[in-house]
Design a protein around this ligand. Structure first.
Ligand SMILES: [Zn+2]
Length: 76
């Protein structure tokens, strides 16, 4: 994890949950998706909370926002 990323606790309408906050860039990371270059980032708490609510609704798996480049195997 990058040094400037802090774990923070967010109080949303009485529900406490943790998230990661990048002090240098000023954006948040989802606590469920994690921190990294290929992870989704959120520029406001509203965005982050909206994303976390999707996790709670689905309860299964993590939405894949960014996928690594894949080699196209055309089987020529
Ligand atoms: Zn997430």
């Amino acid at each position: 994890m990058a040094e400037q990323v802090k774990k923070v606790t967010i109080d949303y309408m009485g529900s406490l949950f943790s998230a990661f906050f990048d002090e240098k860039s000023g954006f948040y990371y989802c606590p469920l998706c994690g921190v990294g270059e290929d992870k989704p980032i959120f520029f406001s708490l509203d965005d982050l909370i909206g994303h976390i609510r999707i996790h709670v609704k689905r309860r299964m798996g993590v939405p894949r926002v960014a996928q690594p480049r894949q080699k196209q195997d055309t089987g020529e």
